[in-house]
Design a protein around this ligand. Structure first.
Ligand code: BGC
Length: 860
């Protein structure tokens, strides 16, 4: 019988109320004002507001799939604007859209049911490949607008996406639908101002908003979590200034992204993805190849204006400190500015992007007229580039221009740091080289973006010498001891060792693993689900102890050795659990009763819920849906992101969850990746610092930890489990691995999840070079590594097949999730052949270390 942490009190708890207010504040800080020619803010004066668009009632709080969160309530835009003091004058149009959605939804469900009937659990994948989308919006008629206040219309465009499918370069997704174009035309003609609100998880085509006269403001609301409507109302009415800044470049045309037409399904090949742009991802590409974006990386307007001072740059040892005065020079609104510091590195034997973000800092709220100093610090070492030829990180000699600005197209040179000679910062070995010839892009300064006075700024910049003697080289060692792969044999003759002995210091984890046989060890390194991906207990809800959680570790050694199971739950927009469940008089959870994490999936599968015993007791685990990761990154405020992590950590502690299967931190390589909303940014520094902040917030809570994912190159969702990402080692290290490295080094997350895809020909889950050599040996990661769900599943016929549970162990991937009997058997049977007992003990030992950590700290 599993220990149940959930409450039996159905009332809204103090924790729920408090976290609702906190998530509302965070969401308001992550909204980005893209355009505003005076239409915003709106006065909440009781007017009859023209409020149209798919996202008004059907606001998308976050994407679908494992990234979804089951909160008790979601305050949508309609309700929040009413609460804020507007009357909604367009209810008949909103009702009409509702009716259309209901009909459309019924057709979708019927189709899904038919597929489930035919294929059973495997049919669930159909929904991943064919996610539900609302139909196009109805026409807006003159009658719909009658009686509404003529000064301003607000039009909310919603988009959703989720795991298993990439976004489409089509109307209703990246592009506007015919209905939306017609609606906006109508509003622009009829109202003095039209405000477009984007309730989206990533970039869409924004050309029309700039072209259409009458569209006077565009606000990126993003996907803001369960208090999203309230946060939007706060921003629209000027209670909070929109101080968010983009964490990714929004292109003028989709085709402007590098190799845009080759992404995922667009070139008809979802088995192989070639990262031909190399290190030129996001602004690194747009700036280095002189392509003008619609909205640059780091961009965002405010209700007020800020002025930045000249900036003082100093070097203290290996640290570069940049201090800038920021003043709110507006007259009416308070707000916060983000100071961004970029560096242009010298081109030598390696080509370099025009500039890279080196650090950033956000001011507190500044009242009109108020001024403050902001300091951004970063190390010289962080500016090194990876030279594949020498397998070294190197700072090439020359001038490093430090630039200060407010977005990537508004940076100005503040200093010229001079490095007299080449300096190696790390001596490594190539570990993840491309598995095929890749003709990657190279930039040249001739093609860089430039601006008036840039050359003069460079000439005028104060020169500061970098002291090479303070930059020492680190040499990686890939020996067994360095990477934790070595498990000392432990003492076999300590008597029968239990986990209690380990917890109380009488024995070590190794003493315990030394006494376990191959089968017991195999049980430890495989999650506790035993149905495989097609089994009724799995698909992201395999936990027996905490309904709706994605999986558990084994409890098969509970009686014999006192090893309790651990619960893992998704992420990243909060804690994803079932809202409620039902327990019988003996304390056992009754499957099929309560509000599932999957809505009515069980019912659609034809499962008949069991009869509810009269003495059964309801339990509740309502969680807070925080803003999606992209929106957290848009705050550019690590303290606020830490607070978001703290919300999740508090709920984990309350509900008995050890690991949060988040944050997701893949790089937003192309806007069509279906899971970009779960990721922070196109920039590795932003991704790394955000994940570190999220981790600090979660790990403040006793025994709770994060699982940074998906390691690595999981930048495509179509055929995600079997696609092969081909990428040069320089780009892998500088762009795709860098964020993980920062998070590991800054915040020591307890865990990491490998991705489904292959990395240069080897399944990430089986990739020893990635997991052991880079993650553990080079970066010093001490935590647990687990697979993504069902990566060892063998069903289906794919070019690259599945990963192997045995190779997981050999690679140092400690835990195969959610687990199947086939995984356990394969591992146990391989001992003595493909696998040594020592290799298996090393993984099992790390699982036990985590169990110890959780048990030592867990609320009893
Ligand atoms: C997702 C992971 C998630 C896991 C458990 C997988 O489908 O890719 O991100 O954590 O399911 O739900």
């Amino acid at each position: 019988m599993a220990k149940i942490f959930a409450t039996t009190d159905p009332e809204v708890s103090g924790r729920e109320k408090r976290n609702m207010e906190r998530t509302r504040r965070i969401a308001a800080e992550g909204m980005v004002l893209l355009e505003n020619s005076g239409a915003l803010p709106l006065e909440a004066d009781g007017r009859s507001l023209a409020l149209f668009g798919s996202g008004v009632r059907h606001m998308v709080k976050g994407g679908t799939g494992s990234g979804d969160v089951n909160s008790r309530t979601v305050v949508n835009v309609e309700q929040a604007m009413e609460d804020a003091g507007f009357q909604i004058g367009t209810k008949t149009w909103l009702d009409r859209f509702d009716d259309d959605c209901t009909k459309w939804g019924k057709t979708y469900v019927a189709k899904y049911q038919a597929i489930l009937k035919e294929k059973g659990w495997e049919g669930v994948n159909w929904a991943l490949d064919h996610p539900y989308r609302d139909p196009d919006v109805p026409e807006i008629t003159q009658e719909d607008m009658t009686g509404t206040d003529k000064r301003c219309a607000v039009y909310v465009i919603a988009r959703t996406s989720g795991e298993g499918a990439d976004r489409k370069l089509a109307p209703g997704d990246y592009e506007l639908t015919e209905g939306e174009i017609q609606n906006l035309g109508m509003l622009a003609e009829h109202y003095e101002h039209t405000v477009v609100v984007l309730n989206v998880g990533g970039a869409i085509d924004t050309k029309l908003f700039r072209e259409k006269k009458g569209i006077d403001a565009v606000l990126l609301m993003s996907q803001p979590g369960c208090a999203g409507g309230l946060a939007l109302a706060d921003v629209l009415t000027g209670k909070v200034s929109p101080d968010g800044r983009l964490a990714a470049t929004w292109a003028e045309n989709y085709a402007d992204y590098p190799f845009a037409e080759e992404f995922s399904y667009l070139n008809g090949d979802v088995a192989d993805e070639y990262y031909k742009e190399g290190i030129y991802v996001g602004y690194r590409y747009f700036d280095s190849f002189g392509v003008r974006p619609a909205y640059p990386f780091g961009f965002g307007r405010s209700y007020t204006e800020f002025a930045l001072g000249v900036g003082k740059v100093e070097i203290k040892g290996d640290a570069v400190c940049v201090t800038v005065a920021v003043k709110n020079v507006g007259a009416a609104y308070a707000g916060r500015e983000t100071v961004q510091v970029y560096v242009s590195q010298p081109t030598g034997r390696l080509d370099k992007p025009y500039q890279v973000l080196a650090g950033y800092a956000k001011t507190d709220v500044l009242a009109p007229g108020q001024e403050t100093d902001v300091t951004v610090t970063f190390s010289v070492r962080s500016l090194a580039s990876y030279d594949e030829g020498a397998a070294e990180y190197i700072l090439e000699k020359g001038i490093y221009y430090v630039r200060i600005g407010t977005h990537s197209r508004n940076t100005h040179v503040a200093a010229a740091l001079e490095l007299a000679e080449d300096v190696v910062t790390e001596r490594l070995a190539n570990r993840v080289a491309a598995d095929c010839p890749l003709d990657v892009l190279h930039a040249s300064p001739d093609g860089y973006y430039t601006y008036e006075r840039e050359a003069q700024e460079k000439t005028d910049a104060p020169h500061i010498a970098i002291d090479v003697s303070v930059i020492t080289a680190v040499t990686a060692s890939y020996g067994k001891d360095m990477c934790g792969q070595c498990s000392d044999a432990g003492e076999k003759d300590k008597g029968r060792v239990t986990l209690a002995d380990v917890l109380e210091g009488r024995a070590s984890v190794h003493d315990l693993t030394a006494q376990l046989d191959a089968r017991e060890l195999a049980e430890l390194v495989v999650g506790s689900a035993r149905g495989g991906m097609a089994g009724a207990s799995t698909v992201g809800a395999a936990s027996a102890a905490c309904p709706g959680a994605a999986g558990d570790t084994t409890s098969s050694l509970l009686e014999s050795r006192g090893v309790a199971n651990l619960v893992f739950a998704d992420g990243p927009a909060g804690l994803r659990l079932s809202k409620s469940f039902v327990v019988d008089k003996d304390g056992n959870i009754i499957p099929g009763l309560g509000e599932s994490a999957f809505g009515n999936l069980g019912e659609m599968l034809g499962m008949v819920p069991p009869e509810r015993p009269a003495d059964a007791v309801d339990h509740y685990q309502y969680c807070t849906a925080i803003p999606i990761a992209t929106m957290l990154a848009q705050t550019w405020d690590p303290a606020l992101i830490e607070e978001a992590g703290d919300i999740v950590g508090e709920e984990m502690e309350e509900l008995g969850v050890t690991l949060w299967l988040a944050p997701g931190m893949n790089i937003q390589r192309n806007p069509l990746c279906g899971r970009n909303f779960e990721y922070y940014s196109e920039d590795p520094l932003v991704s790394g610092l955000c994940a570190a902040a999220d981790t600090r917030g979660v790990q403040r809570h006793a025994g709770c930890g994060t699982t940074i994912k998906h390691f690595a190159l999981n930048n495509q969702e179509d055929n995600r489990t079997h696609s092969n990402s081909h990428c040069a080692e320089r780009a892998l290290r500088e762009i795709y691995l860098k964020g993980f490295e920062i998070a590991v080094k800054e915040a020591a997350p307890l865990s990491l999840m490998t991705s489904y895809n292959l990395v240069n020909g080897i399944h990430a889950a089986n990739n020893r070079e990635l997991i052991t050599d880079i993650l553990r040996c080079e970066w010093g990661f001490k935590g647990l590594v687990m697979t993504d769900w069902g990566t060892t599943d063998k069903s289906g016929d794919f070019k690259y097949g599945s990963s192997s549970p045995v190779q997981c162990v050999k690679a140092g991937n400690d835990l195969t999730m959610p687990g199947s009997q086939a995984d356990v058997d394969a591992i146990a049977d391989a001992v003595g052949n493909e696998l040594t007992l020592e290799e298996l003990r090393a993984c099992a030992g790390r699982v036990l270390e985590l169990v110890c950590h959780a048990m030592k700290n867990r609320r009893s």
